[in-house]
Design a protein around this ligand. Structure first.
Ligand SMILES: [Fe+2]
Ligand SMILES: [Fe+2]
Length: 203
C-alpha cells in the first residue's frame, strides 16, 4: 500500500465520500490549511468546468486531491521518487517540492483508487503544466492559481482572470508569462518550458 513507505502518516477510516476522506486525511496529519486550499480549488475548478463544458465531477475531484501528498514530509519526496525509479529533471532534484504533483497522483490512484485520467492527469501536472495539456489539465492549473485562500488577491489575478474570459489556453499562457517575467521561477521544470513553448506556438 502506498503509505507503507510513510509509517508516520495517520490514516483515518475511509468513508467513501471523497471530500470527507480528503478532509479527514489532511486534518489527521495537521494539514488543515491545505484542506481549506484544496476545497477552494475544488469549488473554483467546478466553476471552470461549467464554463468550458468539462466534467464537473472530475474537475472537483482533481481539486480536492491535487495537493494530497502534503501529508508526506517534503524531505521524503525525493528519496521516495528515487526508490520508485522515477525519471527526474534538474528542477525536481533541486526543488523536491515540485515532486508533490507526481506523488499526489500516486496517492489519488493507489490510495483513493482513482483511475479517471481526467482526474489523475491534471493532478500530476498542476504545478508545471505539460506540452499537449488537456482542457482538464489547464482547468486545474488555473483553479490552483486563482482560488486564493489568503487575504487579498494574488498579484497576477486580474491578468489571468481576464485571460480566462478568452480561453483556458490564454489564461495558462498569461500566468506562465507573468511568472517568467516577474522572476518568480526558481528553476523551470522541463514540462513547464515545453508547455510554455507549446502554448506560445498555439497563440
Ligand atoms: Fe500543489
Ligand atoms: Fe494547490
Amino acid at each position: 500500500m502506498f503509505f507503507d513507505a510513510f509509517p508516520y502518516v495517520r490514516l483515518p477510516a475511509l468513508t467513501g465520500s471523497l471530500s470527507s476522506d480528503v478532509q479527514n486525511l489532511l486534518e489527521a496529519n495537521g494539514k488543515t490549511k491545505t484542506f481549506r486550499h484544496v476545497a477552494a480549488v475544488a469549488q473554483f475548478n467546478r466553476g471552470i468546468a461549467a464554463r468550458f463544458g468539462l466534467d464537473p465531477h472530475a474537475c472537483e475531484a482533481a481539486g480536492y486531491l491535487h495537493d494530497i501528498s502534503a501529508v508526506i514530509a517534503p524531505a521524503d519526496m525525493l528519496s521516495y521518487a528515487q526508490s520508485r525509479a522515477l525519471p527526474l529533471c534538474e528542477a525536481e532534484r533541486r526543488y523536491s517540492f515540485l515532486l508533490h504533483q507526481r506523488l499526489s497522483r500516486m496517492v489519488a490512484s493507489e490510495y483513493f483508487g482513482v483511475s479517471d485520467e481526467d482526474i489523475l492527469s491534471p493532478i500530476e501536472c498542476h504545478t508545471t503544466l505539460r506540452e499537449g495539456a488537456s482542457p482538464c489539465d489547464m482547468a486545474l492549473f488555473i483553479a490552483d492559481k486563482l482560488a486564493w485562500d489568503q487575504a487579498g488577491t494574488p498579484p497576477y489575478f486580474e491578468i489571468v482572470n481576464a485571460a480566462l474570459e478568452r480561453s483556458l489556453d490564454a489564461a495558462c499562457l498569461a500566468f506562465m508569462d507573468y511568472m517568467m517575467e516577474s522572476g518568480g521561477l526558481l528553476c523551470p521544470h522541463v514540462n513547464w518550458t515545453a508547455a510554455h513553448s507549446w502554448l506560445k506556438g498555439k497563440a
